[in-house]
Design a protein around this ligand. Structure first.
Ligand SMILES: *[C@@H]1O[C@H](CO)[C@@H](O)[C@H](O)[C@H]1NC(C)=O
Ligand SMILES: *[C@@H]1O[C@H](CO)[C@@H](O)[C@H](O)[C@H]1NC(C)=O
Ligand SMILES: *[C@@H]1O[C@H](CO)[C@@H](O)[C@H](O)[C@H]1NC(C)=O
Ligand SMILES: *[C@@H]1O[C@H](CO)[C@@H](O)[C@H](O)[C@H]1NC(C)=O
Length: 374
């Protein structure tokens, strides 16, 4: 099948599911914040924390022209849907203590020849997945690229390199089973792990859906051990599910084969008080990032839960610690220039911020392949 064309009958279903998910994500709950303090990540042997830095104007960005990438979904295709300011495309993340490597798509494809990369999670994984596909496509636009879908999995394969870049749609990572009672979220089971563990690079994410209630809630009961509950403290549930996932990493992932990453909490911008603009209720007027390296409102509480759970995992799992650098990018959301619905200050334009997330991933992967034989 040709590049840029979906052709299996399941793809319509997957698109529908993603669409439903998107509509569900338009409303965003309040952000609980931990003011001020941030624990610097300790990384053995590292001289530079690539997640501490600031945004600088750089004429050489963006890395690709989004109109030339046939894979951008309408909900991220800001320029196509009427965004006229383009300054937001021209910022580069500059860590305090080093420079990030510029993304080299051809080098990436050569290095991962024959390998598979999978983003697992909600629509922020979709956002991230689309960015990597466009970054790679821009490097080898004339090569053979095939799209396919199978159940929860969407894949784009760069055939000349045998590199498959996949998306596994999962809102909570843990299972949701249809039972007689209704839809039961099982806090202690990640049965999709049997698929995940066959992949070479895994990038997980879950958060957006944990506080959803009413019609947007995707389960009717929560099973926690032997208890069947109608509801529970959502942060506690989130922690338990992540812990289950962490135990799966420790018991099932072959770290000789698979690199595991967790894509940190992606912030939204619906509350101007967080960035010292108390009259604002969305991101629609934002055209430049915040200066400096800290976000006035501090970090969401979920970030500390993620860090604590990751710290409890024995096997190597890297946090793509994108929260603060993304909080500074109040200008990088679709706003009202999404091809789908009203105001989206949750997801990110493509080209745009997720390209930086993937540059950070690239940097992490380069460091890890360099030291793999230690
Ligand atoms: C907006 O953010 C501020 C600062 O973090 C917080 O105190 C306030 O409760 C938030 N408002 C809403 C409506 O979430
Ligand atoms: C779809 O995925 C299932 C489970 O991973 C696999 O058994 C099946 O062969 C796949 N089908 C296609 C057409 O690739
Ligand atoms: C941000 O920094 C730039 C360069 O130092 C400066 O020109 C600009 O006025 C600053 N913006 C704000 C809002 O402080
Ligand atoms: C989007 O928002 C901007 C700024 O508020 C406004 O000028 C513009 O008319 C809006 N566009 C659409 C399509 O609603």
């Amino acid at each position: 099948m040709a590049a840029g064309r979906r052709s299996s009958s399941t793809s319509a279903l997957v698109s529908l599911l993603l669409f439903v998910e998107f509509v569900g994500e338009a409303a965003v709950g309040s952000v609980v914040t931990v003011p001020g303090r941030r624990k610097k990540q300790q990384r053995q042997g590292d001289v530079c924390d690539i997640y501490q830095g600031s945004w600088v104007y750089d004429e050489s960005y963006p890395v690709y022209d989004s109109s030339a990438c046939p894979y951008v979904r309408r909900e991220f295709n800001c320029l196509k849907y009427g965004r006229t300011d383009t300054l937001y495309l021209r910022y580069r993340w500059r860590p305090h203590d080093c420079d990030l490597q510029r993304f080299d798509g051809e080098e990436f494809l050569r290095r991962f020849r024959g390998k598979s990369i999978m983003y697992v999670g909600d629509s922020l994984s979709l956002n991230n997945w689309q960015s990597l596909i466009c970054l790679l496509h821009a490097a080898v636009p004339d090569s053979s690229i095939v799209q396919s879908t199978n159940g929860s999995i969407s894949a784009v394969t760069f055939q000349d390199y045998g590199v498959s870049v996949m998306l596994f749609h999962s809102l909570y990572l843990v299972d949701i089973d249809q039972e007689i009672l209704g839809r039961v979220m099982k806090l202690d089971s990640v049965s999709s792990g049997v698929v995940w563990k066959t992949v070479d690079v895994l990038i997980f994410n879950t958060w957006q859906w944990w506080y959803r209630a009413g019609e947007k809630q995707q389960w009717d009961y929560i099973q926690d051990g032997n208890e069947m509950l109608k509801d529970m403290d959502r942060m506690v549930a989130f922690r338990k599910a992540l812990t289950t996932w962490g135990k799966w990493v420790d018991s099932d992932v072959d770290v000789g084969k698979t690199r595991v990453f967790f894509q940190g909490i992606s912030p939204s911008h619906y509350n101007g008080t967080e960035w010292n603009q108390p009259t604002l209720r969305d991101c629609s007027r934002e055209t430049v990032p915040l200066n400096g390296s800290t976000y006035p409102a501090g970090l969401p509480l979920a970030v500390s839960v993620v860090k604590q759970v990751l710290d409890s995992i024995v096997k190597p799992v890297r946090l793509l610690d994108i929260t603060t650098l993304s909080q500074l990018r109040k200008d990088a959301h679709p706003g009202n220039h999404s091809g789908l619905w009203g105001m989206d200050c949750t997801h990110w334009c493509i080209a745009g911020l997720p390209d930086t997330w993937n540059e950070l991933l690239y940097s992490e992967l380069s460091a890890s392949t360099d030291t793999k034989e230690e």
